[in-house]
Design a protein around this ligand. Structure first.
Ligand SMILES: [Ca+2]
Length: 335
């Protein structure tokens, strides 16, 4: 009987060879991105794929806030490349911010070498997917109360539209009530809270939407200001290690298109993903709660206290190395 026992034990170990965290239900996540304006969006999305495959999260939707249709086309190529082509996409529409093509979306999907195309793509996909805030409403309506983690690493356009939305086929609740009921926390890469603040890109491209969100969001907001990710430079060499396909992989292809290699890009968007999904590891500190305000010119300020529900992320010098190491792993598909 002994050998049989061992075989059975080995088989059962194989069957149960899943990480401990998989035993809890993965957290539903909505990722909102201005894909195409900088490479940190691509890296941040690949981190989410890693968490999704490890069943740490359930990536319910990726919504696009860049008003160029190839942002959707490229994001779909990314989803399919990672075997996640079923994850729904939403689009801000061609009237969204930054309607120019950007640095890699179109260049990557159309890329050829010696006449050979590397990728298949759907140039008209943006016309077929739902509007971003509608998809967000659909996901929120179907989720458990207080469960959804929202990560916004572009403009506030889509989530301002979500807040201002009315009852529809998905929910009788208005946007603000729906968010209050379903969203656990909103993690945003937005603003600049360091010394000599300036109007930060994600805010300044749609100031009205950013004001709407910071004034009306009913729940917690954890903001990663420009000053956090600008101190963390993604080691481009790790792409060679984790993505030996190089140009034949859309992530590397996009990274190579965006700037002349080699370069270690700032990791603004990755900081919000890391803090949203692994807050317990304390890669960053969070300030005491307070209020973020957006001035008319797009500058952002944060003041502690006053019963506010906003926090800003803080980075200690000693955490720079461990954060970068975690970025490399999770971008590279290693949980
Ligand atoms: Ca971004």
């Amino acid at each position: 009987m002994k050998p049989i026992f061992h075989v059975t034990l080995a088989a059962s170990l194989l069957l149960t060879n899943v990480p401990l965290h998989a035993q809890t239900k993965p957290a539903p996540v909505i990722f909102d991105t201005d894909m195409g304006n900088d490479t940190d969006d691509v890296l941040a999305l690949s981190m989410l794929y890693t968490y999704h495959k490890a069943r740490k999260i359930d990536l319910k939707a990726v919504t696009i806030s860049k008003g160029h249709p190839y942002a959707v086309t490229f994001t779909d190529l990314m989803n399919r490349t990672y075997g996640l082509g079923h994850i729904p996409l939403g689009y801000v529409g061609n009237n969204g911010p930054t309607p120019e093509a950007g640095g890699y979306n179109m260049q990557t999907v159309k890329y050829t070498e010696e006449g050979r195309a590397f990728f298949t793509y759907d140039s008209t996909l943006a016309e077929k997917v739902p509007e971003a805030y509608k998809l967000q409403r659909k996901v929120l309506a179907a989720a458990a109360d207080g469960s959804v983690i929202m990560i916004v690493v572009g403009f506030s356009t889509n989530i301002a539209r979500l807040l201002q939305s009315g009852a529809d086929e998905f929910s009788p609740l208005g946007g603000r009530e729906l968010v209050a009921k379903k969203v656990k926390a909103l993690y945003m890469m937005a603003g600049m809270f360091g010394t000599k603040p300036f109007p930060e890109y994600n805010v300044v491209k749609d100031i009205a939407a950013a004001r709407t969100v910071f004034e009306q969001w009913p729940g917690q907001i954890i903001a990663s200001g420009w000053e956090v990710g600008s101190r963390l430079h993604f080691p481009a060499r790790s792409l060679f290690r984790y993505y030996p396909q190089l140009w034949e992989h859309p992530l590397v292809n996009a990274y190579f298109h965006y700037k002349k290699m080699p370069y270690n890009r700032e990791t603004w968007d990755l900081t919000s993903v890391l803090q949203a999904i692994e807050p317990g590891k304390q890669f960053f500190r969070e300030s005491a709660p307070g209020t973020i305000r957006i001035e008319a010119d797009g500058k952002s300020t944060f003041s502690e206290g006053g019963g506010g529900k906003h926090r800003i992320m803080l980075l200690d010098e000693a955490k720079i190395k461990p954060v970068l190491a975690r970025f490399e792993e999770t971008v590279g598909g290693k949980y």
